[in-house]
Design a protein around this ligand. Structure first.
Ligand code: UDP
Length: 143
């Protein structure tokens, strides 16, 4: 299987619950390596830009308000089959439908405030990583 990179965001609800470390631990146990990371408080423009594909959806304004309600932790993850593996440890978008033991099942309660974001395919992963990190800020593991 190919080594991939994916973009992960720990959203404001999970940062407020103080579970960044617990979520990082899930990534590491799944064989995902953190190769870049930054904490930031998204501006409205950044949140609107990041979620531009959802602009016409009824939940767009609430989503932007939520994503700017507090700091987020953003990371690029690397590993074999990283995009699908990351989606697997995240669980379904709606925490009520997320498999037991997944991040969303354990740390989120509603579809609007669902703890984490993960890229959904190779093209999105590339664009989303570039949204937050310059190539020289990414530190692939060489040992
Ligand atoms: N979302 C929401 N209400 C909905 C559906 C989605 O607030 O009814 C938000 C939620 O935060 C979700 C994000 O929009 O994580 C992006 O939705 P998508 O369907 O792409 O889910 P994801 O890829 O995050 O699982």
């Amino acid at each position: 299987m190919a080594v991939e990179r994916t973009l992960s965001i720990i959203k404001p609800d999970a940062v407020a619950k103080n579970v960044i470390g617990e979520i990082y631990s899930r990534f590491e146990k799944a064989g995902l390596r953190i190769v870049a990371a930054r904490m930031l408080h998204l501006s409205r423009e950044q949140a609107e830009g990041f979620y531009a594909v959802h602009r016409e959806r009824p939940f767009f304004n609430d989503l932007v308000a939520f994503m700017t309600s507090g700091p987020v932790m953003v990371q690029a993850l690397e590993g074999e089959d990283a995009i699908a593996k990351h989606r697997e440890v995240m669980g379904a978008t709606n925490p009520k439908e997320a498999a037991p033991g997944t991040i969303r099942a354990d740390f989120a309660s509603t579809i609007d405030e669902n703890a984490v974001h993960g890229s959904d395919g190779p093209d999105t992963a590339k664009t989303e990583i570039a949204f937050f990190f310059r190539e020289e800020e990414i530190c692939p593991r060489t040992r």
